[in-house]
Design a protein around this ligand. Sequence first.
Ligand code: NDP
Ligand code: GDR
Length: 346
Amino acid sequence: MTKKAFITGITGQDGSYLAELLLSKGYEVHGLIRRASTFNTSRIDHLYVDPHDPTAKLFLHYGDLSDGVRLVTLLAEIQPDEVYNLGAQSHVRVSFDEPEHTADTTGTGSIRLLEAVRTAGIRPRFYQASSSELYGATPPPQNEDTPFYPRSPYGAAKLYSYWITKNYREAYDMFAVNGILFNHESPRRGETFVTRKITRAVAAIKAGTQEHLYMGNLDSVRDWGYAAEYVEGMWRMLQVDEPEDFVLATGTAYTVRDFLRISFEHVGLDWEKYVKFDERYLRPTEVDALVGDPSKAEAKLGWKATVQPDQLARIMVDADIKTLECAGTPWIDKVNLASWTPEAVL
Ligand code: NDP
Ligand code: GDR
């Protein structure tokens, strides 16, 4: 029997890699997409096959995490074996500007989806995209037992989703797990997250089309991995016998300044000549340092990140240079997800 997966957030960075991975494993993949006045599917266009074609395995459905009834109808219709809740207002800085909207999608959206699973009377395995932002002010290294201390409306909303996922596991015996993922990036990363903002600027500055890059706090420490590897970890969390929560991380610590230096150096430029400060990119409360301890995932899932932050910066700069060369058409990185092993992703 062909397995069916339902993914919220399929048009996002992680959703696109996950859809690619599941299709490569023979799944029928159903994705929730939001109606927008312009096309918002550029990250998955390369996977799309006209649904009239009998070989089509990817199906997209309009809906929104704010619309619980629609979620029930869809789940009852699709009857998925696995549900991945990746949809969210996922930008930490933006969550200070739109706290209520963030709570509604990133927090309440999860309970709508969990309730939709129950109401539809199905028993899929459920993955919740939890985040290292849960740790917030708690110093590193952080693992599954580290206390949470969120520092933003986004972190607080994800905290609700974390606990409600755990509660549904205990209350209703659902196979529902939290993947507590540390920052993961790629050429498909949203353009306003710090890594992609940097690598796009490096490509543009090198090409002579941009003069400066305005940035906020350069001191924060993050644990940046490659998103294509992290979706394999998500899938593995749903394949084990017992539902458990897992951290996925590289275990390395780099500052934003380090990422700037490595990215500019890759094209032979000195970052200090181009980067300027703009306080608009500061957050009312910052998360100073996130460095994960992924040893549980390594021991129980056989999952280990292989791409380190310095290599990731170079992959992303090269991709942004290629995108500019294709006159701005996003260059889609090709990763052999079907044959991923902890030893080799590229
Ligand atoms: P993106 O911001 O790239 O993608 C977010 C997705 O959520 C998009 O598909 C977006 O749709 C969708 N979405 C937003 N609001 C709604 C809504 N109201 N209803 C339905 N869908 C909605 O995020 P990532 O791919 O980077 O992250 C995936 C998930 O993992 C998110 O929940 C994020 O918070 C979490 N996470 C991410 C980490 C990272 O480092 N990337 C680390 C830890 C957790 P649209 O395209 O239409 O905007
Ligand atoms: P983060 O990612 O907040 O960790 O959340 P982001 O890339 O936005 O920021 C990382 C760090 O860089 C500092 N910073 C800047 N950030 C942005 N976006 N723009 C800037 O100009 C800038 N200058 C400095 C930030 O202050 C911060 O310290 C991401 C998201 O993907 C979440 O959804 C996810 O849950 C967490 O990672 C883990």
